[in-house]
Design a protein around this ligand. Structure first.
Ligand code: NAD
Length: 294
């Protein structure tokens, strides 16, 4: 029987759909237990149209905090009482903190990206980024990078429904952060892509290309990469995308999406508990679990 749960245990949740595959319950519950915190974390499958009820439930049950995942991140931003500066610009949230009934929304995906690079010894300040993509992950990364002092961001997207999103993000960032140069380009313009990567410090793929079932594919010709380019990906399944493998083979510093996933969770943990998540211990635990299940 679970001995940790009592009448005083504080609840944290994950809201979204689907949630059954999520690694968050394991990560948060492991960390609560390690640090002796009287909290539990559960995932609830909630559709977009059910979010108003779910947010009411957070208030009713005095849930301490919640993560929000797809497809509920945007609608949740409209339902909370306040937003962090980054969440205000992004217009989407993945974390809700319940402070005695006042719900504040945060977005930690961009923080996870920046921290993942920091762990590899890369500081985003003053750097030029090429970002492939203009969806949810891309917007969070673009906004956080601008807030953290990137000097220039060139966004490439194909001319699909997300292209307009790239232009809207450029405008939103320009309205609040002036010290960053922003450009939006068509991903089909390969000459431009080659030239922009040639003058960039960091390249990041935030599209679904590279993720299963598009694994084995990369949006960037390997000849556009060079050894002193830092190459990151948001995709974490597979652990190494074709882009990361190409970059690694050239000796580039690489930052695969799994690290971003971990660090965006650690940033949420800090907002929830005020404490640093026991990241190294959790990584060790994950490795042990992998070995047991192999
Ligand atoms: P999204 O649906 O909001 O955006 C999808 C993006 O992919 C858009 O820019 C779209 O134009 C682009 N795209 C789709 N098909 C394409 C194709 N064939 N060629 C070129 N571009 C294409 O998705 P999202 O929520 O931003 O997620 C994107 C990826 O980032 C997913 O793999 C997701 O798992 C990952 N992600 C990772 C983390 C993390 O912490 N590591 C966090 C969020 C998202």
């Amino acid at each position: 029987m679970e001995k940790r749960i009592s009448g005083t245990t504080g609840l944290f949740t994950l809201l979204g759909s689907p949630v059954g595959h999520s690694g968050s319950p394991a990560m948060f519950n492991f960390s609560f237990q390690k640090q002796g915190l009287d909290y539990a974390y559960l995932a609830f499958d909630v559709k977009k149209e059910q979010m108003p009820q779910a947010i009411d439930a957070l208030r009713l049950f005095k849930v301490r905090g919640s993560n929000v995942t797809m497809p509920c991140k945007t609608v949740a931003a409209d339902l909370v009482d306040d937003l962090s500066p980054a969440a205000k610009i992004v217009g989407a949230i993945n974390v809700i903190v319940n402070d005695n009934g006042k719900l504040t929304g945060h977005i930690t995906d961009g923080l996870g990206f920046v921290k993942n690079l920091q762990e590899k010894g890369v500081d985003i300040k003053g750097k030029k980024l090429v970002v492939l993509g203009a969806g949810g992950a891309a917007t969070a990364i673009q906004v956080q990078s601008a807030l953290d002092g990137a000097s220039a961001i060139s966004i490439f997207n194909k001319k699909d429904a997300f292209f307009e999103n790239a232009q809207a993000t450029k405008k939103k960032i320009n309205d609040s952060v002036t010290a960053v140069e922003l450009h939006v380009y068509d991903l089909d313009d390969q000459e431009k892509l080659k030239a922009e990567i040639a003058s960039a410090d960091i390249l990041v793929n935030t599209t679904i290309v590279g993720m299963k079932p598009l694994d084995g594919q990369s949006l960037v010709d390997k000849s556009f990469l060079r050894k002193d380019l830092v190459v990151a990906d948001t995709v974490y399944n597979p652990l190494k995308t074709q882009l990361i493998l190409d970059a690694e083979s050239l000796g580039c510093t690489v930052a695969p999406g799994k690290g971003m996933l971990l660090w965006q969770g650690a940033a949420a943990y800090k907002l929830f508990t005020g404490k640093d998540m026991p990241v190294d211990e959790y990584r060790k635990f994950e490795e042990e679990q992998k070995a047991v299940n192999a």
